[in-house]
Design a protein around this ligand. Structure first.
Ligand code: ARG
Length: 461
């Protein structure tokens, strides 16, 4: 049997392989809310413009509402023979209301329909992700406030660099998530144009009121070029790019959790809620959730690459290649959503081992910069020279196998005679972090102020 939506010139239906490669209902069924909302807005507009009767529009709206609840209640039977969500909905509408259902597709094509549905879906998804990221930021800021004064080793090259506070480290990710939200918001602003009314590619001869439909669907405006509107997937690419960067941030934090919870550092503990055991090694507590967040980045970035590659050789306007936009994007954005939830859960759950952190912060001569700064400030030695003197003192400490604050004063004076007992004041890790009061620095009072600022900002939303 030929397809009843487009089969007029076909004598028989598609072959099994054709149907298999063509079908998209398995994933575009997730667009059902958006598809039905767009159809209702379209039918209303057609009636207002006198293109269909008010009575038909009413029947259509009623039928669409029935379909919406059938799908939401899991009672709807999706048919693969009807290819996609658009034809599944219209097919059912025809069963429910008969002849008027055939008028819904006036002045519309699946090309402008799918572009509209997918934009609406993307917009909803961005809103959900934004709320999740805001919650994640709040969790981080709360942890930051709690640990504004908890000293830990700060690293560059994963080598102990200078002491920082755990709160400061948490707030770094609050800033990153703020930029992520900014990128999603930016993508949302640009995607909020309505393709519906572009028809297949050239526009339509019917006297549409596209402003009315756009307004009903919450779009800022109708798209200005029909060729562009049906063939543009920038909105998906931009959203996936924002998602990719977000997932890279989550992956970096995940990697840190893996490092912090490793017995090699022992800086942080995760509860049973976020660890798993080994089937052979009874002592193990594995940070699987962090590892999986780190790994999900692969499929998220992968879906961006995949869609860029799908789009790169396509002439205007629509081509069926573009049907490949949805599966990867949906998978990627749901993986991101799960990753944000898992990461927020782990941050709330984790407990830093303050004693171990402080001990680690004191190792690796982490206060060497404080010593050099003291030489500059107290003895007016140029920084380059102070750096050199400090290097020699560190070498001495290293030879003796002792921490910097354990090097005898006499040994320091052998290198620089003007050094006094007062130097020991700056060699403790607590003094070091307290001294980092420059705006954006790690001093506990800065961290407290920043954490409070964020918590206030985040509660407003
Ligand atoms: N399922 C299709 C997609 O996702 C809908 C548009 C089909 N248009 C067409 N002319 N075959 O892209």
């Amino acid at each position: 049997m030929s397809n009843k939506m487009w089969g007029g010139r076909f004598a028989s239906g598609p072959g099994a392989i054709m149907e298999e490669i063509n079908v998209s209902i398995d994933f575009d069924r997730h667009l059902y809310r958006q598809d039905i909302a767009a159809s209702k807005a379209h039918a209303d507009m057609l009636a207002k413009q006198g293109i269909i009767t008010a009575d038909d529009a009413k029947k259509i709206a009623h039928g669409l509402d029935t379909i919406l609840s059938e799908i939401a209640d899991g009672k709807f039977v999706f048919k693969r023979a009807l290819e996609d969500i658009h034809m599944n909905v219209e097919g059912r509408l025809s069963e429910l209301i008969g002849e008027p259902s055939g008028r819904l597709h006036t002045a519309r094509s699946r090309n402008d329909q799918v572009a509209t549905d997918f934009r609406l879906w993307m917009r909803d998804t961005i809103d959900t992700l934004d709320a999740a990221l805001s919650g994640f930021q709040r969790t981080l800021a709360e942890k930051a406030l709690e640990h504004a004064g908890t000293v830990m080793p700060g690293f560059t090259h994963l080598q102990t660099a200078q002491p920082v506070t755990f709160g400061h480290h948490m707030l770094a990710y609050v800033e990153m998530a703020a930029r992520d939200r900014g990128r999603f918001a930016d993508a949302r602003k640009r995607l909020n144009e309505m393709p519906l009314g572009s028809g297949a590619l050239a526009g339509t001869s019917f006297p549409l009121d596209r402003d009315m439909t756009a307004k009903a669907l919450g779009f800022d405006r109708p798209s200005a070029n029909s060729l562009d509107a049906v063939s543009d997937r920038d909105f998906a690419l931009e959203t996936l790019a924002a998602a990719s960067i977000t997932s890279v941030h989550l992956s970096r934090l995940a990697e840190e959790i893996v490092i912090w919870t490793s017995p090699l550092t022992g800086l942080v503990k995760l509860s049973d809620k976020f660890t798993t055991g080994s089937s052979i090694m009874p002592q193990k507590r594995n940070p699987d959730a962090a590892e999986l967040v780190r790994a999900k980045t692969g499929r998220i970035i992968g879906s961006l690459s995949a869609l860029l590659i799908v789009m790169k050789g396509l002439p205007l306007a629509y081509a069926k290649d573009m049907q490949e936009d949805k599966e990867g994007a949906m998978d990627a954005l749901s993986a991101l959503s799960l990753s944000i939830a898992a990461m927020a859960g782990m941050i709330a759950d984790l407990v830093p081992d303050a004693a171990q952190m402080k001990k680690a912060a004191g190792e690796g001569y982490a206060t060497a910069t404080d010593l050099a700064d003291w030489l500059v400030r107290t003895l007016n030695i140029p920084f380059r020279e102070a750096h050199h003197i400090t290097g020699r003192i560190v070498a001495k400490a290293s030879d003796g196998g002792v921490a910097l604050h354990r090097v005898p004063l006499a040994d320091m004076q052998a290198i620089e005679p003007r050094i006094t007992q007062a130097v020991f004041d700056v060699l403790s890790v607590d003094r070091s972090v307290k001294s980092r009061v420059s705006y954006g620095g790690t001093a506990p009072k800065n961290v407290k102020a920043q954490a409070k600022k964020w918590l206030k900002k985040l509660e407003k939303k």
